[in-house]
Write a protein that binds this ligand. Structure first.
Ligand code: GSH
Length: 210
């Protein structure tokens, strides 16, 4: 199976951490993608083979012999069911809904982080400081909400924890440590789980330029 990746993407990191936690790295060929800084507004400079593989043309994308999955949610769902015996996200029941609730909040942070990044890459004349502020506020509000969830975190590094840890890691890397003040328990939890091999091997780095 081919997995299209970049080292900067938190959506990709979520999938790669899932793969490493499940111990199934040898099932996948990781295909590095390159993006010009203009990716936020243009499709120029993007590898035609990648666009051929996925009409959505976003990463991560997983190409199997039978189908192509074009977002991290469906990919993680597939990995958890097909290779994980549902151990990273329960197949059904109350524990599944609770995990999805946290995943949605952590995913809301990641969406805001990436939307803000795209806005920051626009030219000075096009950039909206209102929009950037709105995304920043959403990030901080969601970190504060996850802070309240920390006491209910279980012992397993499941998909909710993976998504939360990836959101924390991207925030530290791209936007700094402001989130840590209002979320001290979350920050302490993140500092511990960030030492896991799956997290250390996938620390973010800038995307190779096209
Ligand atoms: N909801 C999707 C979001 C994927 C996404 O936005 N990926 C970004 C990189 S972090 C991307 O490929 N952006 C390129 C673009 O929007 O053209 C997922 O969960 O995978």
């Amino acid at each position: 199976m081919r997995l299209y990746v970049t080292p900067a993407s938190p959506w990709v990191r979520r999938v790669v951490v899932t793969i490493l936690e499940l111990g199934i790295r040898d099932h996948f060929e990781f295909v590095q993608t390159r993006w010009p800084h203009s990716w936020a507004t243009r499709m120029t400079g993007i590898n035609p083979a990648f666009i051929e593989a996925t009409p959505v043309a976003r990463i991560p994308a997983l190409v199997t012999d039978d189908f192509t999955l074009t977002d991290s949610h469906s990919i993680c769902d597939y990995l958890n069911g097909a290779f994980g015996d549902f151990r990273l996200l329960p197949r059904e029941g109350a524990a599944r809904w609770r995990a999805l609730a946290d995943i949605a909040v952590a995913g809301g942070i990641i969406e805001a982080q990436i939307s803000r990044r795209a806005e920051l890459l626009r030219s000075d004349s096009e950039r909206s400081s209102d929009f950037i502020g709105k995304m920043r506020d959403r990030q901080l509000r969601c970190f504060a909400a996850l802070e309240k969830q920390v006491p209910s975190f279980g012992a397993d590094f499941d998909l909710a924890q993976i998504t939360t840890a990836v959101a924390c890691g991207y925030e530290d890397w791209r936007y700094g440590t402001d989130w840590r003040g209002p979320a001290p328990r979350l920050a302490a939890w993140y500092d511990a789980v960030s030492q896991r091999p799956s997290m250390r091997t996938t620390e973010p780095a800038e995307t190779p330029q096209a």
